[in-house]
Ligand binder design. Structure first.
Ligand code: COI
Length: 456
């Protein structure tokens, strides 16, 4: 078959005019020999950036710039962000370009693409950051972009549900996993830098003093060095109980949360990520227990949380007696697009566009840049207990009855991102055991590869 010169391999993408992977074909026959596709040459800024590899981060490496914060380290951190963000966005733009036509034509997915393209163009043009003034300007760009991207997750969630049928569910899930991990990573990198800048500019920081390493520091930027598992479970538990009470009425018996095991277990982590996962698991458990009619008039059985610390990991097991997960739901538990609850999700999501204007209601960890990076107000001071700062915005800011339907798969994306895992075991007719495993040394690289890819 003859292709005209310059024809893209796949059908042109409506957003970009690019074809699949932007491989251009010269004017010769495709059918004759494999090498009819000429050597791939960068043809645009995007092509150039796509060729760069992401430089992976770990919690430990992220704390490096900030442990003894000097001007030169702050500028190193800024320049790391400056190169890393457009690289990571470029990879995702290319992913979107390779989706089938009907998928990228979906208005929500098209909107996400436009946001990413704008951010890419903005970020790639930032020149080397050489001074604190340059850094201040750069931080303004970061803050602005973080705000602009606040609706990305609900838009992706609605988009993939709307285009179901045009993509295989496994492909959709792989796409969502990759998009979400990458987004977490970019927001971690951006927010860590904003946080370090805020610390550097704070009245407690003396830029000209001899830099000292404070071994008792509670946090470096966004990373809390000693997240205490028990305190986080308690804190998330109280907030979730409150939310459920608000949704169902205070007359209702809410299950207690009993915590046992290694109550001193502590590890470095990003608090909002952990709060999201633990909050989601506890909410599922509490809701399952109270939805069981048999506990309506009696004291319901408690949610039992066991914390287990090993040399490398902290494992949090959350066990409820909420009747387990129905068999027809179980195979689709981790899917963003498939399963018997899909129609219900779509009905719920139909409300979302109206809410997209009121973003506070849909926040996911790290989605509220102003929470942590208000120019004139500090989110936390070093030396205060980390648990005092858990704003739990993610649990409290979403209307309790608005379920995007992605809480569990999203929690697993968060758990796996920092080299942990999340598993659910359902005991039919009895209850559920959720196992959250956290890598406790903070030395593991972020996981940008999706589970589907790893399994393949
Ligand atoms: C995102 O939220 O998707 C972003 O890419 C944010 C950006 C400031 C790094």
């Amino acid at each position: 078959m003859k292709w005209p010169a310059g024809t893209a391999l796949a059908r042109a993408n409506p957003l970009t005019g690019h074809g699949r992977a932007s491989i251009q074909i010269s004017s010769w026959s495709c059918s004759r020999r494999v090498h009819t596709i000429p050597q791939w040459r960068p043809s645009s800024a995007l092509d150039e950036w796509v060729q760069r590899e992401a430089r992976p981060i770990s919690l430990r490496r992220l704390t490096f710039f900030g442990r003894t914060l000097t001007e030169s380290r702050l500028l190193d951190s800024a320049n790391y962000c400056r190169l890393e963000l457009p690289t990571r966005i470029a990879h995702r733009l290319r992913d979107i370009q390779t989706l089938p036509y009907v998928v990228v034509a979906n208005p929500h997915l098209a909107h996400v693409y436009e946001l990413y393209l704008r951010a890419f163009e903005r970020f790639r043009r930032v020149p080397e950051i050489r001074s604190l003034e340059d850094n201040d300007q750069y931080c303004n760009v970061l803050e602005e972009t973080l705000k602009e991207h606040a609706t990305v997750i609900p838009r992706l969630a609605i988009g993939v549900l709307e285009v179901r049928g045009s993509m295989r569910p496994e492909e959709t899930d792989r796409f969502m996993n990759t998009m979400l991990r990458s987004r977490i990573s970019r927001r971690v990198i951006a927010e860590q830098h904003l946080s370090l800048t805020e610390t550097f500019n704070s009245p407690w920081h003396f830029p000209n003093a001899q830099p000292v390493h404070d071994p008792n520091a509670e946090a470096v930027g966004e990373i809390f060095l000693k997240c205490n598992a028990k305190e986080i479970v308690e804190h998330c538990g109280k907030t979730t109980q409150e939310l459920v009470k608000r949704a169902h009425g205070s007359h209702l018996h809410i299950p207690e949360i009993e915590i046992k095991g290694h109550l001193d277990a502590a590890f470095p982590y990003i608090l909002s990520h952990l709060e999201y996962i633990v909050g989601e698991l506890l909410r599922n458990s509490i809701q399952a227990v109270i939805e069981q009619r048999k506990f309506k008039d009696a004291k319901p059985p408690p949610i039992e949380v066991l914390i287990c610390e090993t040399a490398q990991h902290v494992i949090i097991r959350i066990s409820d007696q909420g009747g387990g997960i129905p068999n027809e739901v179980l195979p689709h538990l981790w899917s963003f697009s498939k399963g018997p609850r899909r129609e219900k999700r779509l009905q719920n999501l139909a409300r979302v566009p109206k809410l997209l204007g009121t973003l506070q209601e849909l926040q996911i960890p790290g989605d509220n840049p102003h929470e942590g990076h208000k120019k004139h107000g500090k989110k936390h001071k070093h030396g205060e207990s980390s648990q005092q700062h858990g704003s739990l915005s993610t649990l409290t800011s979403r209307p309790p009855d608005l379920r995007l339907g992605i809480g569990l798969p999203m929690s697993r994306v968060y758990a796996e991102y920092w080299a942990g895992s999340l598993e659910i075991h359902s005991l039919e007719g009895f209850g559920v055991d959720a196992f959250l495993q956290i890598s406790k040394l903070g030395n593991k690289n972020e996981r940008l590869t999706t589970r589907a890819t790893m399994d393949a």
